[in-house]
Design a binder for this molecule. Structure first.
Ligand code: SIN
Length: 538
């Protein structure tokens, strides 16, 4: 049983801060939302770590948008739906592709310098895109460049108060309406309350569920877990995207090798040096990510090695250095000159297609609680996200969330007359708390690229055995993150076990085909018995 809160508190004793809008998370979605909200009121923007620690910072390949003369929103729409394997929300995708190009122009006006060729924006191709439509910046540093421009704007905006080192623990709600959050200030070492009629969760994903991930340490699924504790509906969590190509070296974190590398001509080779993707899909290396990741998994299994190879040796060194400076330098640092040698690569957990269920304005089933970016599930990505649609998602839906959220300013009064207390159990025996490595081990072994009933059941049973640790006040951020990861693992096992078919990133060895009857979403909500439709379908 998942508790409502993680820590002991008494709101009468806590400092309170009030604002018109509260935004949590400083990736592209949180920054864009804050900038747009600041036109209408005072925004408090919270980050749990230093500002740069977010998935946006590490996004290499680019941002997809209809810019080229020969491209159309219809083509981008179609590609997104096909990659999503029958589970995209067509209305949300329509919005993404139509509004995407407008939002990109605004980014350019803000000062983002997308790479150019012959005085035109240079566009690359990535997996499952029917034409070249990926904008990039700094070669392979697109996320960093976009974030830098947005942060400059946010820092000069007087209506935004930016605070780092604030860990949001739980939502404060009354009658299914949010009025603030309970947080921990890491610098002041104190708990406090932020009050607002509008709370926007843009807290990113949960790659830290796995040993091998492209995500930074901060990606612990906090927003999804805390929203679930407060009664928000979460959905599609069984769809975890594994990026096909990350650097696989003993003792080195799985560094992302952008899909754009394959877009520019990189090919995948097995241990025998054969270009194997041609036998798996007509688009070969540029097939949808789930297909490429599974093909690599299969080749690794057959060869009993923990990697295959990405070969860019046919590309010119000057081109490699200009187009992929970060990848070139990082591989060189680890002794691999990619212009001369194959890169050992393996898939790693990269992106959550699922998240907190919301409508096309980012509204959830809790009034005043908005979501955007990877934390949200608006239905854009279906069962498998199309490459470079994630930054676009944050950009487009961050703005839409702000447009809707400002209309809440005139609705009702902020609840300031409350007195809430909660008693979590005091921890006496630290040994009952599992390590983060244990959760990662379970997820990596039993909920990876290929799944099956027996392993999912074992994994779920093990995680259920750990749920009791959510009842203890662990009194530090690492502890709260662990509790959030356990919650996410539990929900992901449930979704993956329940979905008895294979679709997109969810592949079941025991149910290897997609079933029409399963063209629906699994929705989970706390305190509703599993057997009595804790899951429902839309
Ligand atoms: C990449 O550069 O391959 C990652 C971009 C994405 O996840 O879409």
């Amino acid at each position: 049983m998942i508790p409502r809160y993680l820590v002991n508190f008494n709101t009468d004793k806590l400092k309170r801060e009030k604002s018109d809008f509260l935004v949590i998370g400083t990736g592209i979605a949180g920054l864009v939302t804050s900038l747009n909200l600041a036109k209408s009121g005072r925004v408090t923007l919270l980050s749990k770590e230093r500002l740069a620690e977010c998935n946006t910072e590490y996004a290499q390949g680019g941002i997809a948008a209809v810019i080229a003369q020969e491209d159309t929103p219809q083509a981008h729409y179609q590609d997104t739906l096909e990659a999503g394997a029958g589970l995209c929300n067509p209305k949300a995708v329509d919005i993404l592709v139509i509004e995407g190009s407008k939002r990109i122009k605004e980014l350019i006006d803000l000062g983002v310098n997308f790479d150019q060729k012959d005085e035109k924006i240079s566009l690359t191709k990535e997996g499952a895109h029917s034409c070249r439509r990926i904008l990039h910046a700094g070669g392979d540093a697109t996320g960093r460049e976009i974030r830098k421009s947005l942060v400059e704007q946010v820092s000069s905006e007087t209506n935004i108060t930016l605070k780092d080192g604030i860990f949001v623990i739980d939502l404060l709600t009354k009658d299914k309406e949010v009025f603030g959050v309970l947080a921990y200030d890491r610098k002041q070492e104190e708990y406090l309350i932020y009050l607002s009629k509008v709370v926007v969760l843009a807290t990113g994903g949960a790659g830290q569920l796995y040993h091998a991930t492209t995500n930074p340490q901060v990606a612990t699924g906090d927003g999804i877990a805390l929203a679930y504790r407060a009664g928000a509906k979460v959905t599609d969590l069984e769809f975890v995207q594994f990026h096909p190509t990350t650097l696989e070296l003993e003792g080195v974190d799985n560094f992302l090798i952008s899909e754009a590398v394959r877009g520019e001509g990189g090919v995948l080779r097995n241990q025998s040096g054969d270009r194997f993707m041609v036998k798996y899909h007509s688009l070969a290396e540029l097939a949808p990510r789930d297909i490429v990741a599974r093909a690599i998994y299969q080749e690794m299994k057959e060869s009993r090695r923990n990697h295959v190879y990405l070969d860019v040796t046919a590309l010119d060194l000057t081109f490699i250095k200009r187009r992929f400076p970060t990848i070139y330098k990082t591989c060189l640092k680890h002794g691999i000159d990619i212009s001369q040698n194959y890169i050992p690569i393996a898939p790693a957990a990269h992106y959550l297609m699922g998240g907190i269920l919301s409508n096309i304005h980012g509204e959830t089933n809790i009034k005043g609680l908005f979501v955007c970016g990877e934390t949200a599930c608006i239905g854009i990505h279906g069962a498998n996200r199309l490459a470079s649609n994630s930054l676009l998602d944050g950009l487009v839906f961050g703005k839409r969330v702000a447009d809707k959220a400002v209309t809440y300013l005139d609705q009702g009064d902020l609840n300031t007359e409350f007195s809430l207390k909660y008693d979590a159990q005091r921890l006496k025996d630290a040994e009952i708390i599992p390590s983060k490595e244990k959760i990662k081990g379970l997820m990596s072994a039993k909920l990876g690229i290929v799944r099956e009933k027996a392993e999912l059941e074992e994994g779920l049973a093990e995680i259920e055995g750990l749920l009791d640790c959510l009842n203890y006040d662990l009194a530090d951020v690492k502890g709260f993150e662990l509790q959030n990861l356990i919650t996410l693992a539990y929900l992901t096992f449930k979704g993956a076990l329940y979905r008895e078919e294979s679709r997109g990133a969810h592949y079941r060895k025991d149910f290897p085909v997609a079933e029409t009857a399963w063209e629906k979403h699994i929705i989970l909500q706390k305190d509703r018995e599993w057997e009595e439709l804790a899951i429902e379908f839309e």
